[in-house]
Design a protein around this ligand. Structure first.
Ligand code: SF4
Length: 247
């Protein structure tokens, strides 16, 4: 099952449950019994009507975004806030329905990327921060690049060499983070106006949802050796994300 189908399936599960609760709430709410319970049930009915409408708006707007890639500013805002609001619920639903969470995380990152690209944000090269995961470095490399990526000796055993070339070509800040805490520290210290982040589905989606108020373009890494070891990244896709902000 591809990512979009999994994403829609998870949303449909949520709508189904919301419809059931709405039905029960309205049934009790419009019955002829105690007034307080009726009031509470009608209140629940209103909440679940809102949930159903906003989930339907995610389905319609995300389909439009993937198909035509041209949402109006209002549609972009509705999609952005709705998906940010429901993202934890989507992951929870994927978990209990045994749908691959990484597919949901990837769709979330793709929607974020398309929304960011539709804004046409341009910044100075020194205002961009590229965040890399430590697992891109060859695991046997003896040079410490977490403090300074320029400590790479360009041996070519991992993609860090090509990334250092990108750093020199565009004159941008590129740092390596060993985890979320260090990534947040780099952001606080360097105060970027935009971020390009390379990571796996889980770290990209959690990073994007954590970093509020800053545009983040996510670039998915490749894991030919399994997770968290000797990972790779498409230099073309990374360069394309960098160029989006600074050219
Ligand atoms: S390219 Fe750089 S970081 Fe990668 S193994 Fe060689 S020296 Fe180490």
């Amino acid at each position: 099952m591809n990512e979009q189908k999994s994403f829609i399936k998870v949303l449909m599960y949520i709508i189904l449950v919301a419809f059931l609760i709405l039905f029960v709430a309205l049934w009790i709410g419009f019955s002829e019994n105690i007034t307080l319970i009726k009031f509470i049930m009608l209140f629940f009915g209103a909440i679940f009507t809102f949930i159903i409408i906003s989930i339907l708006s995610i389905i319609i707007l995300s389909k439009k975004l993937f198909k035509k890639n041209n949402l109006s500013s209002l549609e972009s805002k509705i999609l952005y806030y709705s998906i940010s609001l429901y993202y934890p619920l989507l992951i929870f639903t994927a978990n209990i329905t045994k749908i691959d969470k990484n597919k949901i995380r990837l769709i979330y990152t793709n929607i974020n990327n398309l929304l960011i690209k539709s804004k046409k944000i341009k910044i100075k090269k020194e205002e961009l921060l590229v965040l890399l995961p430590h697992c891109l470095q060859d695991s046997k490399c003896q040079f410490k690049i977490t403090n300074n990526i320029n400590n790479c000796r360009n041996c070519g055993k991992c993609d860090i060499e090509k990334i250092v070339n990108l750093k020199n070509k565009y004159g941008i800040n590129i740092v390596v983070a060993t985890g979320g805490t260090l990534a947040r520290k780099w952001i606080v210290d360097m105060k970027p106006k935009a971020i390009v982040a390379v990571a796996c589905e889980r770290d990209l989606s959690s990073g994007i949802s954590d970093i509020k108020g800053l545009p983040v373009l996510g670039v998915l890494n490749d894991r030919p050796n399994g997770p968290c070891i000797n990972t790779r990244v498409s230099i073309d896709r990374l360069e394309e994300a960098i160029k989006y902000f600074i050219e």
